[in-house]
Ligand binder design. Structure first.
Ligand SMILES: [Zn+2]
Length: 407
């Protein structure tokens, strides 16, 4: 049996007046998603547990079959894995942004989208000056990592910088204010400011009128998560296909193969065909592939209805269409389509609302849902005896569903 789970990040939405009350998913032409819904089984999942922030990390961990309440320790450690920084048991991995500080305020959470080449020089300077504090690792653009050798720092309160743009920095530093570790790390953030401000990279940015990367911001920290390997938990061998570091990081901890697809960008221009071709190849020696597409989420954050519709149609035609065509030649198969969380155009960020899924395996039970979209699946769900399922239980449910012919 071969399994494919296609994740359209942030794909589901709310009705939009620009689309006469339809959602982008309803507006988009999605014959393949609709085929899966009609001939397969649909329902609703709570991928973000109550009380947790609706991040892609938490939601995707759920979809990959692990309970975030039990296994999620923070974004930092997941990103660490994807850039090859190994955390020991005493380490705390912080996400480290380059930010722009201006007159005591957090002016830009991404330092004017600083390039990786520029960031690389700044990270080097930080490691030269602050090696006594810990180690900085280069990620991409403004997104980097800081590893700190004191486990207790994991429990400090930290703030995502994109949530406090324009606000006074002093109000959002690490807390509790009087905690010695918080004091030390807050001091570090300010000290980096002095080094970064004078660095030639910033002098050049200043000359060109670009935003400065004149401070670091530490957040999203956690210790190394302890997750049992996917193959032990589910008895099958899995792989991921994604352009996003966070998802690769989860894959690394679960012992999944992170298949590198050259054209996978994590943006609108990602190579959909490349993704599906590499997925089909991975299925030669893996049982399950997660194909993750970031584009609809990016369109949601940008509030771009047309890009969101386009991304959904491309997932439908280029990925699901090709899979439905090719999978039968590999024998028995099961396929699922779902988002990780909603990223509604009108909200422009993630929400914690339940999400609709559709899954199909030839010859297995069908509940004849009309189409794959928010209202069709919700209606069929309400008329069924199904209950809202915790997101992490879905994967086993999907595998069990596909075993119908053996039952
Ligand atoms: Zn997401």
């Amino acid at each position: 049996m071969k399994y494919v789970v296609v994740i359209g990040d942030g794909m589901v939405d709310l009705p939009l007046k620009e689309l006469d009350g339809k959602t982008p998913l309803q507006q988009a032409k999605t014959p393949n998603m609709d085929f899966i819904a009609k001939n397969g089984s649909c329902g609703m999942l709570q991928t973000v547990p109550p009380g947790m922030a609706p991040g892609s990390d938490v939601a995707n961990l759920s979809i990959m079959g692990y309970d975030p309440k039990k296994y999620y320790t923070g974004r930092g450690p997941l990103e660490a894995a994807s850039i090859g920084a190994e955390l020991s048991d005493d380490d705390v991995g912080f996400r480290c942004n380059f930010i722009t500080e201006d007159e005591g305020r957090l002016d830009d959470f991404n330092a004017g989208h600083i390039s990786t080449a520029e960031a690389s020089q700044l990270i080097e300077a930080l490691n030269q000056h602050f090696y006594r504090y810990g180690k900085f690792y280069l990620g991409t653009s403004y997104r980097h990592l800081f590893v700190y050798k004191k486990k207790d720092a994991a429990t400090l309160e930290s703030t995502p910088p994109h949530d406090v743009v324009g606000e006074p920095i002093t109000e959002h530093l690490l807390k509790p204010e009087n905690d010695p570790l918080a004091i030390k790390l807050n001091e570090l953030m300010y000290k980096t400011s002095k080094i970064l401000e004078k660095h030639p990279v910033n002098q050049k940015r200043l000359d060109k009128g670009k935003k400065l990367a004149n401070m670091i911001w530490l957040w999203g920290q956690g210790t190394k998560p302890q997750m049992p390997p996917f193959v032990d938990t589910y008895g099958i061998k899995g792989a991921t296909i994604t352009g996003v570091d966070l998802i690769k990081g989860i894959g690394t901890y679960l012992g999944l193969t992170n298949v590198h697809v050259p054209g996978a960008t994590g943006y609108y221009d990602t190579d959909y065909c490349g993704k599906v071709n590499f997925a089909l190849e991975a299925l030669q020696d893996h049982d399950l592939v997660f194909i993750h597409v970031e584009a609809p989420d990016e369109a949601g954050h940008a509030g771009d209805i047309q890009e969101k519709i386009l991304a959904i149609e491309r997932i439908d035609r280029r990925i699901l269409g090709k899979l439905l065509e090719e999978l039968p030649s590999l024998g028995d198969y099961a396929i699922a389509i779902l988002p990780d969380h909603p990223t509604p155009i009108d909200v422009r960020t993630h929400t914690s609302d339940p999400i609709p899924y559709a899954m199909y395996s030839p010859g297995c039970e069908s509940d004849k849902t009309e189409a794959y979209n928010e209202s069709s699946v919700e209606n069929s769900f309400k008329n069924s005896s199904k209950e809202l399922m915790e997101g992490y239980k879905f994967l086993k449910f999907f595998i069990d569903y596909s075993q119908c012919k053996k039952a």
